[in-house]
Design a protein around this ligand. Structure first.
Ligand SMILES: Cc1cc2nc3c(=O)[nH]c(=O)nc-3n(C[C@H](O)[C@H](O)[C@H](O)COP(=O)(O)O)c2cc1C
Length: 359
């Protein structure tokens, strides 16, 4: 079985190791979704990853969910990403943008008053943080009209083109964790009666269309997709195992012929039939992440490779706290502890000020 420090070819890239920076929302962009010096430093500090997957990045203004997340739809945002791409490349790294349309997991106060769209007019459960009003309930979104859906697919396509224009190496389609694409996939958030709702094939249609269109636009070898089957998060309930199996089989079998760069799966149960089947049906590079349990360690990451549950491992919280994580794991150096209180707060604290071994 491979070692975490073995090379891996993933689409257009050769990864020098199999430690992937997981997509991590950090809410440090400005109020227009533009990244500045701080994010340039944050990502370049982590250029030693086999692959960097950026934080969720909105493909359109309406696609923004949380406050201060970056976008890929304005010239200023593209310029911000260009500086990040250049800095990561100067240090020998590779970086793809995670395209995240938040759908109903959003609030007008976080996106200049814009309302939310979703497959169905069902509010996500719970509340979300807004800068002006603190915690507020998720509003009821507007159900997308059938005729609007091609335009939403086009938002992803344009954002993917903008990522390439910015010099980023590709994109990851975020089909996980309860955001727009997952809202289509999951029966708990999709009550449509047209060809985007009902059967597993219909609920998978939007995910397939987005992925196919993005791959056609920038090349499949620069496109990955993230899924979180049966994660049951943000009201995207998927509690019928047979339906989960059928939905993700429909999705994976439709995208497999595209020869995408990778599939990335977040699952608390990486040995589940569904996850094993996604990997088998896809047949290409597979990035695994076991979710929000214990912080990933070198041992737990290597064990996933040893058990042949993935070809590479996405690492979240341990990488937030240790900018030189691959080096620390390789040398057995002591690790910094992640501080959840600063995951989403403004400024350098808890973002760029975790010490490196080099000081
Ligand atoms: C602060 C924070 C922000 C996150 N933001 C995203 C995100 O933007 N997109 C995404 O797909 N997952 C996101 N996740 C999930 C992580 O990618 C990862 O799956 C999770 O942290 C579990 O991995 P870990 O145990 O190594 O931390 C986030 C997790 C954390 C802790």
């Amino acid at each position: 079985m491979p070692d975490l420090y073995d090379e891996l070819t993933v689409g257009a890239w050769t990864l020098p190791n199999r430690i992937v920076l997981a997509p991590l929302t950090r809410s440090r962009a400005d109020e227009n979704g533009v990244h500045g010096d701080l994010a340039v430093e944050y990502y370049s500090q982590r250029a030693g990853a086999g692959l960097i997957i950026t934080e969720g990045t909105q493909p359109s203004a309406v696609g923004q969910g949380y406050s201060n997340t970056p976008g890929l739809h304005s010239p200023e945002q593209v310029e911000g990403w260009r500086r990040i791409a250049d800095a990561v490349h100067a240090k020998g790294g590779r970086i793809v943008a995670q395209l995240m349309h938040a759908g109903r997991v959003s609030h007008p106060d976080n996106k200049h008053g814009l309302g939310a769209v979703a497959p169905s007019a069902l509010a996500a459960p719970g509340e979300m943080f807004t800068v002006q009003g603190g915690m507020q309930p998720h509003p009821v979104p507007r159900a997308l009209e059938l005729a609007e859906i091609p335009g939403v697919v086009e938002e992803y396509v344009q954002a993917a083109r903008n990522a390439i224009e910015a010099g980023l190496d590709g994109v990851e389609v975020h089909a996980a964790n309860g955001y727009l694409i997952h809202q289509f996939l999951a029966p708990g958030s999709n009550q449509r009666t047209d060809e985007y709702g009902g059967s597993p094939e219909n609920r998978a249609r939007f995910a397939i269309e987005v992925t196919r269109a993005v791959a056609e636009a920038i090349g499949a070898d620069r496109v990955g997709i993230r899924m979180s089957p049966a994660h049951n998060i943000q009201g995207c309930t998927e509690d019928d195992p047979a339906d989960v199996e059928a939905t993700y089989a429909a999705l994976t079998q439709a995208i497999a012929p595209l020869s995408l760069a990778y599939v990335s799966v977040l699952s608390a149960d990486p040995r589940s039939e569904t996850v094993l089947r996604i990997r088998k049906d896809f047949g290409g590079p597979f990035i695994i992440n076991t979710g929000f349990g214990d912080v990933t360690t070198r041992e737990s990451a290597q064990a996933l490779l040893d058990d042949d549950l993935g070809d590479a491992v996405a690492v979240g919280r341990a990488y937030i706290a240790n900018p030189d994580l691959p080096q620390r794991w390789a040398t057995g150096a002591e690790l910094n502890e992640p501080d959840p209180d600063t995951f989403y707060t403004p400024g350098a604290k808890g973002y760029t000020d975790y010490p490196t071994l080099a000081g």
